[in-house]
Design a protein around this ligand. Structure first.
Ligand code: GDP
Ligand code: MG
Length: 162
């Protein structure tokens, strides 16, 4: 079976944009308003001749338990089936309480976790990405899913674990 890379994070941080950037094609639906999407969840990708399955957790609807519980539940499913987890945070917003919920789950997994600081479209947002060291998940990888900045370096690091 192909290695599985799971992308977790709360709505609107840019998970679908990152899926498209990694795939090199627009397959996931990027939405300006957070919330319900009919997005697909699983994609086949290739990076420098390495094939993999990409799982985007954003396709599930928030349930009655509220946003924290539903994001955490989705993350838990994804973490279980993943070989490597990409945890996406919006560097411009910083870590929210929902992000902290996911962090607690991620601390418990033995899978490699990469902290992806998205929306670093230019160098001015680098300090905001660096602030995410505070999450205790190691080095934040500053990327711009929208423009591609930093994504190759992040993926190079990911594939050392696959
Ligand atoms: P998801 O809910 O986590 O899947 O987030 P989406 O991929 O749908 O993106 C949510 C919003 O953030 C959209 O308006 C995107 O255009 C925007 N976005 C995603 N990635 C970036 C980025 O790297 N830079 C900026 N400036 N905006 C981004
Ligand atoms: Mg999405």
């Amino acid at each position: 079976a192909l290695p599985v890379i799971a992308i977790v994070g709360r709505p609107n941080v840019g998970k679908s944009a990152l899926v498209n950037r990694i795939l090199g094609r627009r397959e996931a639906v990027v939405e300006d308003t957070p919330g319900v999407t009919r997005d697909r969840v699983s994609y086949k990708g290739e990076w420098l001749d390495r094939r993999f399955t990409l799982v985007d957790t954003g396709g599930w609807e928030p349930d009655a338990k509220g946003i924290d519980a539903s994001v955490a539940a989705q993350a838990e499913v994804a973490i279980d089936l993943a070989d490597v987890v990409l945890f996406v945070v919006d560097a411009r917003v910083g870590a929210t309480s929902t992000d902290e919920h996911v962090v607690r789950l991620l601390r418990k997994t033995d899978r490699p976790v990469f902290l992806v600081a998205n929306k670093v479209d230019d160098a001015r947002q680098e300090p905001e990405a660096a602030a995410l060291w505070n999450l205790g998940l190691g080095e934040p990888f500053p990327v711009s899913a929208l423009h591609g900045r930093g994504v190759a370096d992040m993926l190079d690091a990911v594939f050392t674990k696959l």
